[in-house]
Structure formats: C-alpha cells, structure tokens
Write a protein that binds this ligand. Sequence first.
Ligand code: SF4
Ligand code: ZN
Length: 261
Amino acid sequence: MLEYDDHVAVAVSGGKDSLTLLHLLVKLEERFPRSKLTAVCVDEGIEGYRNEALNLARDACTKLGVGQLVVSYRELFGTTTDEIARLKMDQTPCAFCGVFRRKAINKAADMIGATKIATAHNLDDEVQTVLLNMLHGDPLRIIRSGPVLKDPRGKFLPRIKPLCDIPEKEIVFYAYSTGLQFQSVACPHGHEALRNDIRAFLNQMNLKHPGIKFTLLRSAEKLRAQSEDPQLSELHECVKCGDPTPHDVCEACVMLEAITA
Ligand code: SF4
Ligand code: ZN
C-alpha cells in the first residue's frame, strides 16, 4: 500500500479508527525518513458533534508532531450537513455527507500535494459496504471500492485502507490500551438505517460463525481479482469537476445541483 517516499494524506475524523490509523502510520513513518504524513480533517458542519472531534484530532496531531489541514463543507460546497438535513431531501443526510466527505478529502489531499490518501475503514466497515452494495443493486461498486484503489493512468490519487482487515473490536482495544482520546458521541444525524441492520446481522452471524466477516472480505477480493482493470474501465473524470467517477458527472456534482435547485 505504501512506498518509502509517500506523502500520505491521512483522513482523520477524531474517531477511534482514524486516530488509531494515524498513530500506527506515525510509528511506521519513523522508519522511512523520506515519507511524510499530513492529517486531513473535514468539518461537515454538524453542531454539537464535529467540534469536539476536530479538537481531539488537533490535539492528537500536535502530540504526534503531524501537520494538519482542516477543510469545511461550508468553504468547499457553500453548505453544511446540518443545512442539508433541514432540506429533508429524499436521500438521508448521510448519503450527501459521505459523498461530500470523499470529495473534500480529495481536494485537501491535492492542496497538500499528497501522493496517497489513507482512510481508516476497518473490517466491519468493509464487509458492511459489500453487503450494502449488493442490497442497493450496485455490485460493481464492490469492485471499485477495494482496500487499494489505484488508477493505472495515474490521473487520480491512490486511496488505501490500511485497517481493512482489522476487526472494529480490535481497534477499540488498541485505542483504549494506548490511551488514545477519541470521540465517543454519536452523530445526531445517525447512520444509514440499512447499514445499521447489516451491522447487527453481521455481528450476530459472526457470533454463531466466527470468522465469517473475513470470509466475506476474501470473497470480495476474489471478485475484484476476476475483474480486468476495473478502475481503468470504470472510472473517468467528471465533466464538471474532474473527480474520478464511473458516470459522466460525479455523485457530488449531482447532489450539489439537487440541493441548490
Ligand atoms: Fe455525516 Fe452521516 Fe457520518 Fe453524521 S453519521 S458524519 S451525517 S456520514
Ligand atoms: Zn463532479
């Protein structure tokens, strides 16, 4: 996933996963003097929630000696997740928030001249997303959202998920045992209802059939291995903003148009 001289933009939210990732990458980076880390943090504009997380992220960066860039939905998109929630659109606030976060992180990584983007998706996130994509009728997205997303043409920054096969419980254990201060308050807009159901289902299955989450992760890997250069054939530049997308116009641009219509 990493080269000895990478400048990695680490997406840090202030939660346990991203702070654990930052902590681990700092340890790794010490052995590679030509590498560099910068934490990129996104302020989605969620009252009573995001400020605490941003403060925790800032404190962690100061303690670890890592540079930090904070970008906000307000400055990038002229709106916030709270404002989008008040519009009561057909899709949930999370649907918009997730798409805009991806775009915001891309922009932040560009601003700092990063060579890679690292996100803290863990095993549980990954396998929930596999099932979510199946249940949304979008199986090709499974192929496009692996632990390493590289564009062979070099047009888009590679995205990596170093914690993709670490169970969430182990990350919680690591975070507590190393004394990481992380956000424990839940977002007031909640998570997607379907993802919550899938999470409960997978946890129940894993109790009865230990290891089943790993099996699902490996199944997705086998699917990806069978597809010929999916990134190359599926992704191209959005005609409006230039970001990677399998369509002519990326999801973020479509959503921006919907909320300003
Ligand atoms: Fe955004 Fe949803 Fe996450 Fe809240 S739970 S930060 S609205 S994606
Ligand atoms: Zn776009």
